[in-house]
Design a binder for this molecule. Structure first.
Ligand code: GCU
Length: 138
């Protein structure tokens, strides 16, 4: 299953401003984080069971500089300096994916900027898990 978590809506926490001034986002806006090292956006994502999941982070970066971010799951660093390269315009949104391990139930996924420019504008997190359950009864 794939679930989408918007950056502008609880339970996500945007360390900056919820903005809507660049078209093309999903939902009602996006997270425009503080322009500083350590600026964050944190999502809470549910997994039906412990296991491997694919995270897809949709973002826009209208500059030509990579706004890399450290990715932490449940407080543990899982990927240092994940690249969020320029997308050509603040209205051009793309997704960056990575594979992580999630626990059953609620998991926090946090991006923390590693450059003084802060994060790219972050639209949402999508989490794809393999449920692995029994087929539905007929
Ligand atoms: C511009 C742009 C913002 C962006 C910011 C930045 O102000 O409108 O959406 O977040 O630059 O450089 O972080």
């Amino acid at each position: 299953a794939t679930n989408r978590y918007e950056a502008e809506s609880a339970p996500a926490v945007c360390d900056g401003w919820v903005a809507s001034n660049h078209a093309g986002y999903s939902g009602s806006g996006f997270c425009d984080s503080t322009n500083a090292v350590g600026a964050t956006v944190q999502f809470t994502a549910n997994a039906p069971a412990a296991g491997t999941a694919t995270l897809a982070i949709r973002y826009a970066n209208g500059t030509t500089a990579n706004r890399s971010a450290d990715v932490a799951v449940n407080g543990s660093l899982v990927q240092a300096g994940l690249g969020f390269e320029g997308t050509g315009a603040w209205t051009t949104w793309v997704t960056r994916s990575l594979t992580v391990q999630l626990a059953a139930g609620a998991n926090t996924v946090r991006l923390a900027a590693t450059t003084a420019s802060g994060l790219a504008n972050i639209d949402y997190l999508e989490v794809t898990t393999t449920d692995g359950g029994s087929p539905s009864p007929t």
